[in-house]
Design a protein around this ligand. Structure first.
Ligand SMILES: Nc1nc2c(c(=O)[nH]1)N[C@H]1C(S)=C(S)[C@@H](COP(=O)(O)OP(=O)(O)OC[C@H]3O[C@@H](n4cnc5c(N)ncnc54)[C@H](O)[C@@H]3O)O[C@H]1N2
Ligand code: MOO
Length: 396
């Protein structure tokens, strides 16, 4: 049995980033950059107006109501521009190039026009007012996004604005899921005594999809050693990471541990001093990672978020693989006995955290409405209302 921290350290120590691949930007969402992206152009590429109004020489405005001579127009997308001479103004629109000679743009609400004269009612006008400088966002040749950055919707917008259409990212792990349990029914089968609907595989696939891993192979094995060995071997051969659900405890029909042993997989740890998820096993066969997750749905999902996801995120190149951790006051008192650290399904609400009803490991309904996990080490087993606790935010 290892502690929660030992388990996390062992997982990170045994996990490496996958090789870099170049992919179209449209397929890179959720991946992590494998190298810096250098800006091929400056943004903005030219001086732009940030308002609809008039481009002027700011020092021409010596008093409220100064009149300037209107000489032309600059609209967005225009290449051939009039210049602005002292005493003159050019009509301009948001996003349009600021003509040479202009040092500021006055928004039209602060002006009035009569014929070819525009009166400026704003005084004084600051130099550079309403002008976006060329390269103000990013200079050509500067690092736009650093290695290890998540390709987020914002990153896609930033890169497309520089006509960057492909990026080098770390590959995504190929995942195999093994479902064990003779009690499990597939979707739509009639409910008969002693059976339950299988839910862990779709739950884990949903969690993987949330992490940007859209595909996973699912295999089913009956509660028998030979069937478990065969199914595990096939999954390990074809995937980078294998997640097994169920069959890892000490019952007569728990075969995942024995099957891994028969396959010559190395057990890095088995059992973690935690509740739920005590029987978690982490192993390796060559460079393939194996997580045997306890079958209880909430145990499986806690172990996924706390251990599997960080391994996957490290493989994908993230420098911050663990769930984001914050310290928040617990709304109510909470106490527990026993030797195991606890993970509680919880909700962060209005700057505090509340643990949800239904903490037993077979109860998944509380997870369905959770947005966080509270982590309480045994050393903090008597928590007063309002006391700070460690909260891991779910990536929903
Ligand atoms: N004598 C002991 N018994 C148990 C111990 C122990 O230390 N000594 N540990 C308990 C703990 S803690 C857990 S957690 C479970 C883990 O058991 P397994 O990983 O072997 O899981 P199963 O027995 O196969 O299933 C447990 C539970 O979950 C349901 N299940 C399983 N797979 C699915 C699925 N794909 N979809 C939905 N539900 C699933 C299954 O029907 C069981 O109810 O062991 C305790 N026992
Ligand atoms: O560790 Mo088990 O997941 O408590 O039920």
């Amino acid at each position: 049995m290892v502690t929660v921290n030992e388990a996390k350290e062992k997982i990170i120590a045994n996990t490496s980033p996958l090789a870099a691949v170049t992919v179209p930007l449209s397929q890179a969402l959720g991946s992590f950059l494998a190298s810096d992206v250098v800006a091929p152009i400056a943004l903005p590429p030219f001086r732009q107006s940030s308002m609809d109004g008039y481009a002027i020489v700011h020092s021409d405005v010596t008093e409220p109501g100064t009149a300037l001579h209107l000489t032309g127009e600059s609209k967005a997308g225009q290449a051939d521009l009039p210049s602005v001479q002292p005493g003159t103004a050019v009509r301009i629109f948001t996003g349009a190039p600021v003509p040479e000679g202009a040092t500021a743009v006055v928004m039209q609400e602060n002006t009035s026009v009569a014929g070819n004269a525009v009166q400026i009612h704003e005084y004084p006008v600051a130099e550079g007012k309403n002008v976006r400088r060329a390269g103000q966002q990013i200079q050509q040749g500067a690092v736009a996004l650093a290695e290890g950055t998540l390709v987020s919707p914002g990153a896609v917008g930033f890169l497309k604005g520089m006509d960057v259409n492909e990026v080098s990212v770390h590959g995504k792990p190929r995942i195999g899921l093994l479902v064990t349990g003779d009690e499990l029914l597939k979707a739509g089968e009639p409910l008969v005594p002693g059976k339950i609907y299988e839910s862990n595989s779709d739950m884990l696939k949903a969690a993987l999809a949330n992490a940007g891993i859209a595909e996973a192979t699912v295999s089913y094995a009956s509660d028998a050693l030979e069937a478990t060995i065969a199914a595990l071997k096939a999954l390990i051969d074809e995937h980078d990471v294998v997640l097994a659900s169920g069959g890892i405890s000490v019952g007569d029909y728990d075969f995942v541990g024995k099957a891994l042993e028969a396959l010559g997989a190395e057990t890095i740890f088995y059992k973690v001093r935690q509740k739920p998820g005590k029987p978690l096993l982490f192993g390796k066969k060559g460079d393939k990672l194996i997580f045997a997750l306890p079958g209880n749905p909430a145990s499986s999902l806690v172990c996924y978020y706390e251990y599997v996801l960080p391994a996957l995120r490290k493989m994908m190149g993230s420098g911050e693989p663990f769930l984001r951790s914050v310290r928040l006051p617990l709304r109510h008192a909470y106490r527990f006995d026993g030797e195991r650290d606890e993970f509680l399904k919880a909700r962060v609400e209005g700057g505090e955290v509340v643990s949800l009803d239904g903490q037993e490991s077979f109860v998944i309904g509380s997870f369905a409405v959770a947005n966080a996990i509270i982590y309480l080490p045994v050393s903090q087993n008597r928590v007063a209302a309002g006391e700070l606790v460690e909260v891991h935010l779910l990536p929903l």
